[in-house]
Design a protein around this ligand. Sequence first.
Ligand code: ZN
Ligand code: ZN
Length: 310
Amino acid sequence: MAVLSWKHHTLIQLLLERGPLTEKEFHSIFTAITGENPGTHPRKFNDYLLKINRELSYVQLDLRACRDTYDGRVYYGVVNNVSDNQSKLGTKYSVPQIAFFKAIVEAIAQDVTAEGCICNMDVLNIKLENQDGSLGIPAAFRNFTMSQKEKTLDQLVKDKWLCYTEDDNIGVGVRSVLDLRSWFNNAGVPSCEVCNEAGLKAKLCPNEGCTVRIHEHCLKKIFSQKGVVVCPSCDTRWQYQPPKTEPIELKEEETDPMPSQPSSRPAQSQSSLRSKRKRQRLSQNDDANTVGCSSQAEMKRVTRSSAHPR
Ligand SMILES: [Zn+2]
Ligand SMILES: [Zn+2]
């Protein structure tokens, strides 16, 4: 079709190589490549994205934006529209690694308290033998050691399929938020009442009989507009204290707008440091298959189950 210029191609290539990118990163790259500022010329920006998406749809890819479930920042990324995990995680991950990832994401998705995370110990204690046999796990997983789990965890965090949350637990990475949108929907994760994205990390309506969830950053938006938060479904008034600081803009990483220097990403070095720290803490007993950890996830799952029948 040849309707895409080198500028379109460079944007696609960058998102594939380095994505997902924060809105700030993507905008500055866009400006560097096209000479246009998305802030002042949103129509030009949208035209580029539409044109790219029209062509990507032929190969079942999609350029998409989402809000991170933890901090509300906007990210852009190219996602795979084929629905199975195998093709989403590509050839980079083995069958037991994909099953391990799936088990982690399922545990987070099923948490009825919407904490949006699972503790490190629970992750390492995940037993894939208990999963459905459709992926042919059992034999492969018998050889999946603790150190392989830790290594897989590191890789999944580096690739932004998972992330470390502020309190050092494991959460869903922004790539999962972008790419697994329909999976979360099919898995019955309630959407945020305000933005309609999966309410993985969200506040629950104080009325136990109501299933409404709202992200912290969406609550903040409502509160700043109305000065009060009232449940849109059951009219219960929410106790909401807006956070004192404004971490979102301050935490933005400085990025180099030029596309050709992918290495030395601050986010990656930070995450590998954290995981090293964690490994020191956790690996006293390397190849054992269980580690003593109170299974918070199990408890969470039953706490509100009567109020949230699935
Ligand atoms: Zn929301
Ligand atoms: Zn409610």
